[in-house]
Design a protein around this ligand. Structure first.
Ligand code: FRU
Length: 516
């Protein structure tokens, strides 16, 4: 497999396919219903989206690409949609970047990443996807790595150069995708997810001197759980803590892990391990697998290292299970807010919204401290469409079995609870009282130190059709869809079976990012 020589061709013209895709999105957008369409999360104008792709900061702009099916609100032949921004809070729609047009990608331009070479120029690596039997998934997939370069510094179009890595199909059980490229020392590395022929989830490592010709180097990582058969959208990067200790973080979206208590509750589960890596070796984990996000819908995140040194991640809120009410509205799926990944003094990675997100705030109301007696509710807002709430709960002074917020609370009694649940000692996002969509609850753990502290800080983002919760400055995050029914969308504080002491509460109105 190491003697594969890419045949680079300049395949520029897929304008016809791109124009058709733009028309597909426009047709869906024309009749879009905005009741759950995000005001400040990235989504396509119309059509289905999944994973963030090609994340980068290039030539003064932030770029977010994403998996896009332009002809319907379910997953289908994949394209790359595109938005860009100078500040991560005002976004502009850009032309669709890639549509399937080559034999190797005829059933989809799958996920991939962007990286800046030593010449300062950006490159794209992505997976070309074909059904192995030419018809559907029943015969497996034939996936290969592809290469493209932008035509201009604004990244408004790109030239495909074709396949740079074929799949050694005798050693792979068809899944072979989602390249991530970086440089350590003088060597360029590429890793991607593989289902090995014995059905183990692996990440393979290739090396290159010129970013075009790649040689198989080794298996970087094999997931220890034999149930895990594929690691989608792998990520791999170093992080340094405040004391200068460097660790490597391996991230992936694992397929096949069994549900186990609070772990792996979603269909597939995205998380990370922290460990060490030396060039030439394999990744050596020092932690167990931990979720990036404990919500109902987080999946397929991708991160990149910005010029300013920040490691920034976007995830996708995967609808995962039916019913999916938004798919009847002309669009389906949005990304999370951008999150900065840091290594904390506790040795764990934290993900909090990038500092720029405070730039979304328009008006702020400060409620100060509040005590909610057992069984009572306090109205924070009669109708809140797009807000951020900063709330600190005083756990020591509270007796509530469950206390916190009810958001998307409508007059029919439906709501989503975002609360501290003392019985399990966790923060919950509970959709049992939702009228629409998949229900269930999810719970994020708190460390002994966090439980012993009297203060529990929650930063809660409520958009029209989803919520994001950041616990104690990003020690945990939770992302979930939440579909309010008709009428005003109230936000309340509620105390169940005991009193709730709130030390502080602020609500910020958030403005649109300009993509509605
Ligand atoms: C993850 C994923 C990737 C793949 C893409 C296809 O959600 O399955 O592995 O490249 O989506 O849309």
């Amino acid at each position: 497999m190491s003697d594969f020589k890419p045949t680079l061709t300049t395949i520029k013209d897929h304008t016809k396919e791109l124009a058709e895709a733009e028309a597909g999105v426009a047709e869906l957008a024309a009749t879009r219903n905005n009741r759950w369409y995000p005001k400040y999360h990235i989504a396509s104008n119309g059509g289905w989206i999944n994973d963030p792709n090609g994340l980068c900061h290039y030539n003064g702009r932030w770029h977010v690409f994403y998996q896009l099916h332009p002809y319907g609100t379910q997953w289908g032949p994949m394209h790359w949609g595109h938005v860009s921004s100078t500040n991560m809070t005002n976004w502009k729609r850009e032309p669709i970047m890639f549509a399937p047009s080559l034999e190797q990608e005829k059933n989809g331009v799958f996920s991939g990443s962007a990286v800046i070479g030593d010449d300062g120029k950006l490159r794209f690596y992505y997976t070309g996807h074909r059904w192995a039997n030419g018809v559907d998934g029943t015969g497996g997939e034939w996936q290969v790595q592809m290469y493209a370069t932008p035509d201009n510094d604004g990244l408004t179009s790109a030239t495909k150069h074709g396949m740079i890595m074929d799949c050694p199909r005798d050693q792979v059980d068809s899944h072979f995708r989602d390249p991530k490229v970086w440089k350590t020392g003088d060597t360029w590395y590429m890793t991607f997810g593989v289902c090995s022929s014995d059905r183990r989830g692996q990440m393979w490592l290739y090396t290159s001197d010129d970013m075009v010709e790649w040689t198989f180097h080794r298996v970087l990582f094999e997931h220890p759980d034999p149930d895990v058969w594929m690691l989608e959208c792998p990520d791999f990067f170093p992080l340094t803590d405040a004391d200068g200790n460097e660790k490597w973080v391996i991230g992936f979206s694992a397929m096949g892990a069994k549900k186990n208590g609070f772990m792996n509750r979603n269909v597939n589960n995205a998380g990370y391990m922290i460990g060490t890596w030396e060039p030439g070796g394999e990744f050596k984990p020092e932690t167990e697998f931990r979720l990036w996000d404990c919500g109902h819908n987080f999946y397929a995140p991708q991160s990149f290292t910005a010029e300013d040194g920040r490691q920034i991640m976007y995830g996708w809120l995967s609808p995962f299970v039916q019913p999916i009410p938004m798919e009847n509205d002309g669009w389906c799926g949005n990304l999370t807010l951008p999150r900065e990944i840091t290594l904390g003094a506790d040795g764990d990675v934290h993900t909090a919204p990038v500092a720029e997100m405070t730039g979304l705030r328009t008006a702020t109301r400060d409620f100060g401290a509040l005590r909610i007696p057992s069984g009572n509710e306090f109205i924070v807002a009669d109708d809140a469409e797009a807000v951020e709430i900063e709330i600190t709960l005083d756990l020591a002074a509270s007796t509530a079995e469950r206390g916190g917020l009810r958001v998307h609370a409508t007059q029919d009694g439906a709501y989503t609870a975002i609360a501290y649940d003392d019985q399990i000692g966790r923060v919950v996002v509970d959709r049992q009282a939702n009228a629409l969509g998949d229900k269930g609850y999810r719970a994020a753990p708190l460390s002994d130190a966090e439980l012993a502290s009297s203060e529990l800080k929650l930063r809660v983002f409520v958009d029209r059709g989803c919520v994001e919760v950041y616990v104690n400055d990003g020690k945990q995050a939770m992302s979930s869809y939440s579909y309010p029914t008709e009428g005003p969308r109230a936000i309340k504080l509620a105390a169940e079976s005991g009193d709730l002491q709130v030390s502080s509460l602020k609500m910020h109105q958030l403005r649109s990012i300009g993509l509605e």
